[in-house]
Design a protein around this ligand. Structure first.
Ligand code: PAF
Length: 286
């Protein structure tokens, strides 16, 4: 596996691959790999001849009171895991190479960035869209893969790629879960043993909603209320948001009449976790 740090070198790497007719898939990450990242890397192999993984903890997507300083990091372990997953190139740029002095351009995917996580994290999706656009320009991938756990992020990136004419196929990959259902996330490492037990409630809440829907419940208000009651019955849980709405436009809906996104942000102690499910309408008239 090649390890590339400089932007011109990364460009040259991709150019060489393309010159011999090879396709390139990019998996953008912030490192501290878990099974979710590995699943993206493996899926990337099915989409292109060469797989590039970027590892960059992007300061532009963290707010001043957020966890940039304590975001988990272990580059040696990441390198071993990426190599074992068959990655061809690990791109690890420095912060001052990505954001040299004087950098000021930001990409704003306006409406999709406003609600859900965007409401509590102003500027977050600007930071994400900006760094992903930069990575697309540097790596020039044919395909890029993102986890569906960050559903809003995936929609923001899809929109950005269309709006800015990036010739990149955006692939969403199903969320990879722990045996008890907790979505894999580097931030799960912040949970102590008791909080880790409680964290299962996100998946259980999604399952509760799915069952309600399957048994014919269509009212988003009633589903949201059931989810809220369930989450608040767990000790130490605070709700960031419970969103039920159109999965493409991320606007709320009143009734589940087609595929409907249920997305949650939940605080377990000092850790904010997110998860989501696509609800399908069950048989009507129950
Ligand atoms: O999902 C992430 O890890 C990050 O938001 C991403 C897409 C790598 C951009 O920094």
């Amino acid at each position: 596996m090649d390890i590339v740090r400089a932007i011109p070198e990364m460009r040259a790497w991709s150019r060489r691959r393309k010159a011999v007719g090879e396709t390139v898939a990019l998996v953008p990450t912030m490192g501290y790999f878990h099974q979710g990242h590995l699943a993206l890397m493996q899926a990337a192999r099915r989409h292109a001849r060469r797989v590039v993984v970027s590892l960059f903890v992007n300061p532009a997507q963290f707010g001043p009171a957020e966890d940039l300083e304590r975001y988990p990091s272990d580059h040696d372990r990441d390198r071993r895991m990426a190599a074992a997953a068959g990655v061809d190139c690990l791109f690890v740029p420095a912060v001052d190479a990505m954001y040299p002095e004087g950098h000021q351009t930001r990409i704003d995917v306006r409406e999709l960035s406003l609600g859900l996580c965007g409401a509590a994290r102003p500027g977050h999706f600007q930071g994400v869209a900006t760094v992903v656009a930069k990575l697309f320009n540097i790596v020039q991938p044919d395909t890029a893969l993102f986890g569906q756990k960050d559903f809003q992020q995936l929609q923001v990136i899809r929109r950005m790629a269309v709006d800015l004419d990036f010739p990149v196929e955006i692939v969403g990959h199903p969320t990879v879960r722990e045996p008890d259902g907790l979505a894999m996330s580097s931030r799960n490492t912040y949970l102590d043993a008791r909080e880790r037990g409680t964290a299962q409630c996100l998946f259980e809440a999604l399952e509760l909603a799915r069952r309600l829907c399957a048994s014919g419940e269509r009212s988003c208000g009633r589903i949201a209320l059931a989810v809220e009651r369930f989450l608040l019955s767990r000790p130490g849980v605070r709700i960031g948001y419970i969103f039920l709405g159109d999965p493409g436009r991320l606007i709320p809906v009143r009734e589940v009449t087609g595929p409907t996104l249920l997305a949650l942000a939940v605080w377990i102690g000092g850790t904010r976790l997110i998860d989501n499910v696509l609800l399908e309408p069950g048989p009507a008239g129950h």
